[in-house]
Design a protein around this ligand. Structure first.
Ligand code: FE2
Length: 406
């Protein structure tokens, strides 16, 4: 891999500089190697981090409650999903197909790091094959309730693993409004599972007291506004969580209930916040939720989340269409992405960035057209899309893929 320098860029979330160097996997002071002048027309952000997804579940259309009603907990949704035509159709694809499609859901939305909320015994072999980084080191539970799906080795064991190895402990929590869901924080507290390793997903049933306890413990929350509204017609008390100082991050959940991808989720959550409180959630806050806060929640903030020298060179380059770089990110569409790198390796980008490879498309890459621009991409998403369509039996459109196979 060639080292390279991006010159005349708008750097967001890092040193006060217009230049950024990459050597090997890391961000370094600008040095030797290929120099690309972006002429002040592009913003460079840290690769985005999605703290909650289920990579086997990304399929369309979503499955939700009947019109006019909403769920009390996630459990009837799980039953509805498994009885749905969407699920039947999705079952024509194998696990590898679904994970690969999800890897590209991440890539085409600028996500370089994701958590696949699922036990490692099912995903550990497949996650390293994806074009982006899905974290492998975490303790988990499905949820802290008697009717949850019993993932992992049990709450205490999984949490102890997280503490011992300095991993996050990730679980859905309070995803609903029955007695058990609403007692989630107290239940975990009684088992001494409430600390800064914890990343709680959804939290729509949190009381004010729960919010205080979670803030005091230094735990993180994954806010999945789109999925919450779709299933429950309400999301968590997000303003109180932010005001309490909780480390808030953003998750898409799977597209079986959630947004198409993290770009849509950021836009949606901002609109949702305004509808709830009549005030704006600043774009800079949203940017922090999908970068530095998320890196902290995964306990990877020594490597990810900002563009500081020494960190991994996960770079998201987006066309500068708005004066404010944070507004530029929160308003971005898939078609605005110009380059994405993972630990210094370009995995998606406009052909002008092929200079990083010495001008030639390397083995293991293919070319697609996104928004009329030819783009290089790691792997063969067009081949994957075609194979998926032939297994499904018709020209299925998955809206998180921004291209048509040639
Ligand atoms: Fe989930």
């Amino acid at each position: 891999m060639s080292d390279f320098t991006l010159q005349n860029v708008i750097l967001v979330g890092g040193e006060n500089s217009k230049t950024l160097g990459v050597t090997g996997e890391k961000i370094v002071p600008p040095g030797p190697g290929c120099v690309l002048d972006l002429k002040g027309r592009s913003c460079v952000y840290p690769g985005l981090i999605n703290t909650h997804d289920h990579l086997q579940g990304n399929y369309r259309p979503p499955v939700g409650p009947k019109p006019g009603v909403f769920y009390l907990t996630w459990l009837p949704w799980d039953n509805d999903l498994k009885a749905s035509d969407t699920f039947k159709e999705r079952s024509r694809l194998n696990r590898e197909d679904l994970y690969s499609l999800s890897g590209y859901k991440c890539l085409f939305s600028g996500v370089t790091t994701v958590n696949d909320h699922f036990p490692q015994k099912f995903n550990a072999n497949i996650l390293p094959t994806l074009p982006i980084r899905a974290i492998l080191e975490y303790g988990l539970a499905h949820e802290a309730s008697s009717y949850d799906l019993k993932w992992g080795d049990g709450l205490e064991v999984e949490h102890a693993k997280a503490i011992k190895n300095n991993w996050p402990f990730i679980t859905h929590l309070a995803e609903g409004f029955d007695e058990e869901a609403m007692n989630g924080v107290n239940y975990l507290e009684s088992r001494k599972i409430l600390d800064d390793h914890c990343l709680f997903v959804h939290c729509i049933g949190f009381s004010d007291d729960d919010i205080k306890k979670v803030a005091k413990a230094g735990a993180s929350v994954s806010w999945c506004g789109f999925s919450n509204k779709f299933m429950f017609n309400v999301t968590c008390k997000i303003r109180k969580m932010i005001e309490a100082g909780i480390n808030v991050t953003i998750g898409t959940d799977s597209s079986a209930t959630g947004s198409a991808n993290l770009l849509e989720e950021m836009r949606y959550d901002r609109v949702l916040y305004r509808a709830m409180y009549g005030e704006d959630l600043p774009a800079e806050k949203i940017f922090t939720m999908v970068t530095a806060n998320a890196a902290k929640a995964f306990r990877l903030d020594d490597r990810l989340g900002t563009l500081d020298e020494g960190k991994l060179a996960d770079l998201l380059v987006i066309k500068a269409k708005r004066d404010d770089p944070f507004e530029n990110l929160v308003g971005a569409e898939m078609e605005d992405i110009e380059l994405l790198t993972l630990a210094g390796k370009p995995i998606y980008g406009e052909l002008r960035f092929l200079d990083i490879f010495g001008g030639e498309l390397p083995a293991g890459y293919t070319q697609i057209t996104v928004g009329k621009r030819p783009m290089f991409v790691a792997g063969d998403p067009a081949g994957l899309y075609k194979t998926a369509r032939s297994k499904i039996g018709f020209k299925k459109v998955l809206d998180f893929l921004p291209f048509e196979p040639e």
